[in-house]
Design a protein around this ligand. Structure first.
Ligand code: NAD
Length: 450
């Protein structure tokens, strides 16, 4: 409470809430800083080569002048499949680190690695990232990253102490529509941005994992385990990443506080109760899962915008990330919702511009990254966004450049997990975001996609 009040007072006395609307941070752009230490050839290791890790490994090992001399996993099957991928992509003599949960530390002792990608299970992200930064390996960390406020601070402090770069591998930041909207915003197409929606609405309904009694779930089965343990938006970064870029978060703007509300937990019980291998006597049919089926979070920014973030992973439904943006001049609603644009004074009154008209806007504002690399990106997974994520990580490691998605982005976005949990637990109270930038947000310039 003291912390909340002092942050609120600080913002009031600094008069920042009003200043934001008058200054225009969108006009102040900056380039990522390339350094003199560019390396033509780089070596990257991968820790955690499960489903996601192998997908990233495949993309990484196809990049020119990137060698993958080391991988690490505790699961022999994952190792075997990964070695097959590496061999197919021309990487021989790969050293495997396995046999214990801390085997990755031996991999970090190698002198030849410039970077490491961390795609292990949620519990391991932070410890592995801290160890990797201390070992001076450029970190690429999978989402969701940190899961407590303390972990967020540990990441920030270790980054600041070691100076080792760390990039959050939030692939949704490279979503083609979202990048076009970023261009539109920078061109002031929607006037002053005021409100956005986003989320991660990806049904796990139907997953056989739900039939595993909770007390038999292994350490690595994060989805079921955390549904039992926590009531929070457990996966906020896919939704909030692109939106944070739209609103220049940590670059002239900041998340101020959030409020979160949960439905009751019903989906897993219901699924198991009706399943032929479950039934009413199955332990998961009546287990009291903590996780509410849908979590609705509203974030207020320092400049007075609002963002609705929805976490909806349990009920049956089609996939969506719910992106939309509304400003003083009109609004955009992407392919998951309306797929339309409305511009006051341009669009017919009260009518969305859709289909060909919508496509014309998207084409006009298509980000140069997408224009230039569409052919390569389209086959790379998740509609191309993974291609750009790995490409940008590799570019950053090669140039030892500051990452496009940095530690302050990572921690502000990940903090939604514990803050939403705290808000829900206390009856949807406002929970204030710590300032991980330590006031640097006031002078930092927008950088993503420039
Ligand atoms: N960005 C995206 O679109 C996206 C998509 C899927 C998953 N993910 C994220 O990627 C991560 C991995 O997800 P997944 O679906 O591949 O899970 P997974 O369970 O298939 O893979 C995780 C791997 O990590 C290994 N592992 C666990 N502890 C380890 C340790 N101490 N040392 C070495 N290896 C260890 C496991 O054996 C497993 O092979 C998660 O954080 C997930 O949220 C991101």
């Amino acid at each position: 409470m003291t912390k909340e009040l002092s942050r609120r007072n600080f913002l009031k006395t600094a008069g920042i809430a009003g200043v934001g609307l008058a200054m225009n941070p969108q006009a102040i752009f900056s380039k990522n800083i390339a350094t003199k230490t560019r390396k033509e050839k780089i070596a990257v290791g991968v820790i955690g080569v499960g489903n996601r890790g192998r997908h990233l490994l495949n993309l990484l090992s196809k990049e020119e002048n990137v060698s993958v001399p080391a991988i690490c996993d505790v699961n022999p099957k994952a190792i075997e499949l990964s070695l097959g991928i590496l061999k197919k992509n021309g990487h021989e003599n790969v050293k495997v680190y396995t046999g214990s949960e801390l085997a990755y530390r031996d991999m970090l002792d190698r002198k030849d690695l410039d970077g490491v990608i961390i795609a292990a299970n949620w519990d391991w992200h932070v410890q592995m990232a801290l160890d990797s930064m201390k070992a001076k390996k450029y970190v690429g960390m999978e989402v969701p990253g940190a899961r407590t406020i303390e972990e967020c601070w540990e990441l920030v402090n270790t980054y600041e102490q070691t100076g080792t770069n760390i990039m959050l591998l939030e692939n949704c930041c490279y979503d083609r529509e979202c990048m076009a909207v970023l261009q539109m915003l920078r061109d002031k197409l929607f006037g002053i941005p005021m409100h956005a929606t986003c989320g991660y609405r990806h049904s796990a309904w139907g997953t056989p994992k739900w039939l595993k009694p909770v007390d038999t779930v292994t350490k690595t089965e994060h989805f079921v385990k955390y549904a039992a343990l926590r009531n929070a938006d457990q996966y906020p970064t896919h939704g909030i990443g692109p939106v944070a870029n739209w609103f220049d978060i940590n670059r002239g703007n900041q998340f101020l506080y959030l409020t979160s509300t949960a439905t009751r937990a019903q989906a897993i019980n219901e699924y198991v109760r009706k399943h032929p291998q479950g039934g009413p006597n199955h332990p998961n049919a009546s287990y009291k899962f903590k996780q509410g089926d849908i979590i609705t979070t509203v974030i207020k920014t320092v400049k007075g915008e609002t963002i609705v973030v929805t976490y909806d992973n349990y009920l049956p439904r089609p996939y969506s990330r719910d992106y939309s943006l509304q400003g003083t001049g009109g609004m955009w609603s992407g392919r998951y919702l309306v797929k339309g644009i409305y511009l006051e004074g341009v669009s017919p009154k009260d009518k969305w511009q859709k289909d060909k008209e919508y496509d014309a806007y998207m084409q006009k504002y298509d980000h140069p990254m997408w224009k230039d690399h569409y052919a390569k990106a389209q086959n790379a997974g998740h509609g191309g966004i993974d291609y750009f994520t790995i490409r940008e990580y590799v570019r950053s490691v090669r140039e030892n450049a500051y990452p496009p998605i940095d530690i302050y982005d990572a921690t502000a976005w990940s903090a939604i997990i514990p803050l939403s949990e705290a808000s829900i637990a206390k009856g949807s109270t406002p929970e204030y975001f710590p300032d991980f930038t330590k006031e640097k947000w006031k002078t930092r310039k927008p950088a993503f996609g420039l």
